[in-house]
Design a protein around this ligand. Structure first.
Ligand SMILES: Nc1ncnc2c1ncn2[C@@H]1O[C@H](COP(=O)(O)OP(=O)(O)O)[C@@H](O)[C@H]1O
Ligand SMILES: O=P(O)(O)OC[C@H]1O[C@](O)(COP(=O)(O)O)[C@@H](O)[C@@H]1O
Ligand SMILES: [Mg+2]
Length: 533
């Protein structure tokens, strides 16, 4: 790895954020540090097996002979994931059986190098910090499980999303075809299934066709996470690899399972695969099924447009999913070009007065005779609560239950134009909410799901645990679970994506720059963290 300096000289580095090494480590920059060396791992994991390790490396001595780039001090941070050997130091390792597999026999570099990392910041400025890096996903030379000793399980939790069945299928096939594992259990009905339901035996044959169907073959649920009962069950059943497919709530639950497993000193790898239709999972580029959902949303938007184009003063409203994050609405709007206005949870809007929604609707109706509004289900929730004096309710997982913004907004618009403006409008309201997530994934999401599943399998076999897998700047990485649960991914009002949307629809932005800054900060900090288990 080249740290932006010479490729052939010795580089002395020290690790200032960690007090475990008093003398700087010295290594060849071309071969780089071995993250898997027992010295490295034991030194930095001993007391830290509950969380991610944030390892800041400052290159303190640099000689530049071959490289033209400027030699400067440089921050290089790796946020690494735990490994079973951190709390089971005597764990034996074995040669990876992939070496002998037909699929990988002709691959030039079968195994990912221990020092390969994925940069979170892809656009960097010369002389500025390179930021955070994650361990690259993929098969490792050594595995920490014998194939015939693996007893894996797969569970799916939370809401549906296109592609869940593909991930389940590919975990089963990946374990079986790549690593010869044939003891794989399906946990039925989400987290509570660990202690309240019988398991299913999963084989490549059993899961062969499930990717062609929407939903989850394993069924799912909200609530019911009881860490002790779950880990007792894992222990009782002799499970040693746990694959957990779910969103932010699920990943929080997975982190607790990992911690309990580590506390009990069990040789159990816990791997999270992020799933959510809302695309609200931090760090990763995009969640699987999102593109499929956006594509399906186009059909609803198109229908709304056709309807309102054919009548006088047609106002179409399409409500799409997005509890706290308006990604589906934003991207569906950008993709469609038939949308006049997009309303998302991150951006508060107002109806009356100058710059308000009513004024904009009136203007568009005068100009075009019709208009289409795309509405994320989480938009305007505070507005509705104020207007209707509603009491906040939560679902079994602790997520806020939303007020139905679609009918509320439709009624407000109708009332305003009939009563106040004395203008008849033709309202067409379409709510395809569940239709966009209850479908099988499209081709590209299927490929994405396969990569996620195979990366998770490689990671667990290699002994990594407490990780979530996902693409970071298009490269799959192992990300510490805590990193994906500490914040939620939201549409940034001060970002270029939202600016592109505003430029494309030419809708009012409803907020000033300073308000947008505040909203962005609040959306990150106030992201509701479900606590009810
Ligand atoms: N903070 C938490 N700690 C432990 N488990 C949680 C937490 N939040 C949610 N869960 C569990 O994760 C599962 C799914 O959570 P939910 O929020 O419904 O969906 P998602 O994972 O898709 O966001 C539920 O079984 C829930 O009990
Ligand atoms: O009716 P359900 O199944 O609780 O799901 C509704 C919610 O699920 C979501 O799809 C998000 O689900 P997750 O939190 O599981 O990703 C939201 O968009 C929506 O508000
Ligand atoms: Mg969620």
């Amino acid at each position: 790895m080249n740290f932006g300096v010479s490729t052939s000289t010795d580089i002395a580095i020290s690790i200032p954020s960690l007090h475990l090494s008093s003398s700087p480590l010295s290594f060849k920059s071309s071969a780089t540090i071995s993250l898997q060396s027992p010295r490295f791992r034991n030194a930095y994991f001993g007391s830290l097996f509950f969380g991610s390790r944030r390892i800041a490396r400052r290159i303190t001595t640099v000689e530049t002979r071959q490289c033209s780039s400027k030699a400067t001090d440089d921050d290089f941070i790796i946020e690494d994931v735990p490994h079973l050997a951190d709390f089971l130091p005597d764990l034996p390792s074995y040669a990876n059986p992939l070496k002998n597999s037909q699929a990988y026999a002709i691959v030039k570099e079968t195994f990912v190098k221990p020092e390969d990392v994925v940069a979170q910041k892809i656009v960097i400025t010369k002389d500025r910090s390179r930021g955070v890096h994650f361990r690259r996903a993929g098969p490792r030379e050594k595995v920490y499980f014998k194939s015939d000793e693996v007893r894996a399980c797969v569970v799916t939790c939370g809401g549906l999303c296109p592609g869940i069945n593909t991930v389940v299928r590919e975990i089963v096939c990946g374990l079986n075809f790549m690593y010869g594992v044939d003891d794989i259990l399906g946990i039925v009905g989400g987290y509570r299934g660990f202690y309240s339901k019988n398991t299913l035996q999963l084989t490549p044959k059993v899961v062969n066709n499930i990717h062609k169907h929407g939903g989850t073959f394993l069924r799912t649920s909200r609530g019911g996470h009881d860490t002790n009962k779950i880990v007792d069950n894992i222990q009782d059943r002799g499970i040693n690899q746990v694959y957990i497919i779910g969103g932010d709530g699920t990943q929080r639950g997975a982190a607790l399972i990992y911690q309990e497993v580590a506390k009990r000193g069990l040789q159990v790898a816990v791997a999270g695969i992020p799933k959510t239709i809302d695309n609200d999972i931090a760090v990763i580029d995009k969640s699987f099924g999102f593109d499929t959902a956006v594509e399906e949303a186009q059909r609803a938007i198109n229908a709304a447009h056709v309807e309102v184009e054919s009548v006088d003063n047609g106002v179409g409203i399409v409500k799409l999913m997005g509890r706290y994050s308006g990604f589906i609405a934003t991207i569906a709007t950008l993709a469609s070009r038939d949308v006049d206005c997009c309303l998302i949870p991150e951006s508060p809007f107002y109806l009356e007065g100058t710059g308000g929604l009513f004024e904009f609707i009136e203007q568009r109706l005068k100009e075009n005779g019709h208009m289409v509004i795309v509405l994320a289900e989480g938009a305007g929730q505070d507005y509705i609560a104020q207007d209707m004096h509603t009491v906040e309710e939560k679902d079994a997982s602790g997520n806020r239950l939303l007020q139905d913004v679609g009918p509320w907004l439709s009624q407000k618009i109708k009332d305003h134009f009939t009563k106040v403006q004395k203008m008849a409008i033709n309202m067409k309201y379409i709510d395809p909410t569940y239709m966009i997530r209850a479908i099988p994934s499209n081709a590209s999401d299927n490929v994405y799901c396969t990569l996620l599943a195979q990366s998770a399998v490689h990671g667990a076999m290699a002994g990594y645990t407490g990780f979530t897998v996902g693409p970071v700047n298009s490269r799959h990485a192992y990300i510490p679970i805590a990193r994906v649960t500490e914040t939620q991914n939201t549409v940034k009002l001060t970002g270029r994506m939202w600016a592109r949307l505003l430029a494309s629809t030419n809708q009012p932005s409803f907020v000033t720059y300073n308000e947008a800054l505040c909203e962005d900060a609040a959306n990150i900090n106030n992201a509701e963290i479900s606590t009810q288990l």
